[in-house]
Design a protein around this ligand. Sequence first.
Ligand code: MLT
Length: 253
Amino acid sequence: MKLAFDDAGRGPALLLLHPFPFDRAFWARATPAFVGAGLRVIAPDLRGFGASQTSDATWTLVDQAQDVLGLLDQLSVSHAHVLGLSMGGYVALALAALQPQRLLSLVLAHTKATADTEQAKTGRGQAIQTVQTRGVDVFADGMLDKLLAPQATPELRVCVRALMNQPAPTVVSALQALRDRPDRQAELSRIAVPSLVLTGAEDGISTPEENRALAHQLPNAELEIISGAGHLSPWETPEVFASRVLRFVTRAS
Ligand code: MLT
């Protein structure tokens, strides 16, 4: 599967894997800081998202990881720092399981290695029904509150909401793939590269407690809980997000 992507800057590669229901435009605020610090930023639209639209009805997060590995091959990038946020983190963990030797380091942002709980799976089913009966906009409006910390400004809410603009078949396929993803906790002890686990103090989707446990399960991880951020620190606290990632990646380079 050919992916649309941005490729900016020169230096060690930093692969950015976006969350759901976003696309590579999600990284617009963070990319200049990464490029300015001497990194080559590669940011794909995952299968079905943004300009990587597809007629494929269903796919898994492993398919997404294989697509991304194909993109690295296409660009002759043998090694990369891999940063996945939320859904992008699930893809990053799938990628780490498929080809661990490609990773220079791993940043797991606002994500988790556990599978959906039964309650979460039920919620995915309800979300699919909402998309199919009432449309993506109603679904996205409802999701916005869960993504941002309560103190998010109206301007930020408008900005983030405008980025949540994916076709209905993609949103449905993604909800199925998120629901059906495996528990990857047993694989964490095999991730030897330096890792940064990062979330927001007010993230209700990937909570500080879950992230503490995740960092503890990785052999070589540090943990960052960003105060004032919910689920989307690259937009809520962009300077803190970029500087924390850069400090880590620079040390790991
Ligand atoms: C995301 O931000 O990518 C999603 O919230 C992930 C999820 O719902 O599990």
